[in-house]
Design a protein around this ligand. Structure first.
Ligand SMILES: O=C(O)CCC(=O)C(=O)O
Length: 300
């Protein structure tokens, strides 16, 4: 198993911008010592904005989910035919794969993890009542040179309850060069962002819901710090709708396999745009603005 420690001075990039461990990016603390104590977990997520729980899922179940994704990638001709399929080596075209719900419904081992008793029971305890998961599932196979820009999830799925939680789950052992999640502890408390960017809706207002692709700019402007870590298959990060996150660049030759899915109390309003068989058809709204225009308007 890989080490979860990262030496100070280790360099990573996010959309090509360099971050250095120990200087402007740090290894996050995990919540395993309080994992059985729901009151402590609620207090921790309120404080830090996230819960990193190592070995939350059974590793073998996660590796079976990974195999579902890899066989789809192989079928699509995305993998390097010269390498064993189970290594997930990116083919010469470096193609992305659209892992839409139509495809995901056939991924039985994957669905067994993200709809599992383990995760549903966790949220039932954590939220204090019967729970549902949004139908829209986001398995990702991120190719070389790609990353996710910094954003709050509320901008993409904020039409229902705001007490909606993301579970980001590596579907592999992920080293830093594979481009795992990167995030800003405490960014849930940035009132200026919550009042401005946090009210936008990517379906209606903005052409691209990402706040920025420059992590250094966010450090300067909002005083955030970045965190990331290598992950093991079975680990999860749980966070709420107002939590700045994105990902490091995948600079490896393997697909970065992960999934992010959403959970809430069944009694709360649901963002129906992410329900049903064909979720998230973003309408073509002519009056949507660029993030740069919106940021200027908000004065951020
Ligand atoms: O995995 C990624 O690259 C981004 C994940 C994400 O945006 C999320 O979990 O909400």
């Amino acid at each position: 198993m890989q080490s979860m420690t990262v030496a100070d001075g280790t360099k990573v990039t996010m959309s090509g911008h360099e971050l250095v461990f120990g200087e402007n990016i740090f290894v996050p603390r995990d919540a395993n010592d309080i994992a059985g104590d729901m009151a402590a977990l609620r207090a921790r997520i309120e404080e830090d904005g996230y819960l990193l729980i190592r070995d939350f899922y059974d590793r073998d179940a996660v590796m079976a989910a990974r195999a579902d994704i890899l066989s789809y990638l192989a079928e699509q001709g995305c993998l390097d035919a010269e390498a064993p399929a189970e290594e997930g080596v990116i083919g010469p075209e470096n193609e992305g794969a659209a892992l839409r719900n139509e495809v995901v419904v056939n991924m039985k081992a994957y669905l067994r993890v993200v709809n599992s008793e383990r995760v549903m029971a966790f949220f039932e305890d954590f939220l204090g009542g019967p729970t549902l998961t949004l139908d829209h599932k986001w398995p990702r196979a991120v190719r070389r040179g790609h990353s996710t820009g910094a954003h709050y999830d509320v901008v993409f799925m904020g039409a229902g309850t705001k007490a909606l939680y993301t579970v980001w789950t590596p579907l592999d052992d992920l080293s830093l060069d594979m481009g795992p999640l990167a995030f800003c502890p405490g960014s849930n408390k940035l009132d200026v962002l919550r009042r401005t960017y946090g009210t936008a809706d990517a379906h209606n207002d903005v052409t691209d819901g990402h706040l920025s692709r420059n992590p250094l700019e966010l450090i300067e402007k909002f005083g955030v710090k970045w965190s990331s870590t290598p992950f093991g298959a079975g680990d999860v990060i749980i966070f709420g709708m107002y939590f700045l996150h994105g990902s490091l660049d995948n600079v490896s030759n393997r697909y970065r396999l992960s999934t992010d899915n959403r959970y809430q109390l069944a009694s709360e309003p649901v963002d129906e745009r992410h329900m049903g068989q064909h979720p998230d058809q973003i309408p073509k709204a002519e009056n949507r603005k660029t993030m740069a225009e919106m940021r200027e308007k908000w004065g951020i």
